[in-house]
Write a protein that binds this ligand. Structure first.
Ligand SMILES: C[S@@+](CC[C@H](N)C(=O)[O-])C[C@H]1O[C@@H](n2cnc3c(N)ncnc32)[C@H](O)[C@@H]1O
Length: 224
């Protein structure tokens, strides 16, 4: 299926390899360092906690959890808070500096970090019971490159919380700022199904986000 969703100007002028290098440098540098500040200003630091908790994306009972493209560890923090004491969290990111930032805020022996690319994951098939993949699919030229890898490393029946920039006005503005594309919700749903990921339920940061259709595409998926 051909996607109608927008691409961004940098990605469209480059091969995926050079765009990926650009993104790695981008997050290694000042914009990556500022994600903790922007997270506080936009409320995303706190909003992450509204998604990862019992009655929302519930990771109780999941022993092997993956934070895909963990950035500064915003979602890892809540995953560790709500996971069972014997659960282990694996986190990866393309940017070594983002991993340093994540390590600085997450302590303990329940979490490990690695530099890795979402399109070539260094993990075995069915290695995880639950995955969070936040705001990274929009950095791929084709979502299937990431979704197939996520489906591969997710245990059949395992759950995935996927967050992605939507092709709305605010999403397009974010895409310009962070040099990423946006997705059309219905198209992304079809592509997820194509990759063996069942679209279980759409989520929103808050009732206000749902009402105003803000905050992007947030969905819980199940591996078929
Ligand atoms: C907007 S940040 C999101 C970070 C974190 N998931 C969060 O929600 O706070 C996007 C992250 O994706 C990482 N990234 C971009 N392309 C990637 C790829 N192909 N593989 C792995 N990580 C990637 C960037 O380095 C950056 O840390």
């Amino acid at each position: 299926m051909t996607l109608t969703s927008t691409t961004n100007s940098i990605a469209s002028k480059h091969t995926f390899d050079s765009y990926r290098r650009f993104i790695q440098n981008h997050y290694d540098g000042l914009p990556g360092a500022l994600t903790s500040v922007t997270g506080l200003l936009t409320g995303h630091e706190a909003l992450a906690g509204r998604l990862i908790r019992p009655n929302a994306f519930d990771v109780r009972g999941c022993r092997r959890i993956l934070d895909a493209a963990c950035g500064n560890g915003r979602y890892s923090r809540f995953l560790l808070r709500h996971a069972d004491p014997n659960a282990v969290l694996t986190s990866f990111d393309l940017s070594p500096r983002m991993l340093t930032r994540a390590r600085a805020r997450l302590h303990g022996n329940r979490v490990s970090h690695a530099v890795a690319d979402l399109t070539r994951l260094p993990y075995a098939d069915a290695a995880f019971d639950a995955i969070v993949c936040g705001w990274v699919l929009e950095h791929l030229p084709d979502p299937r490159l990431g979704l197939r890898e996520l489906a591969r490393v997710l245990q059949p029946g395992g759950k995935l919380l996927l967050l992605s920039t939507e092709d709305t006005f605010t999403g397009t503005m974010c895409g310009r700022l962070w040099h990423c594309r946006t997705y059309n919700r219905a198209e992304l749903r079809k592509v997820c199904t194509e990759c063996g990921l069942r679209w279980e339920r759409e989520m929103w940061f808050s009732p206000m986000h749902r009402l105003l259709h803000l905050g992007g595409i947030i969905v819980e998926l199940r591996r078929e």
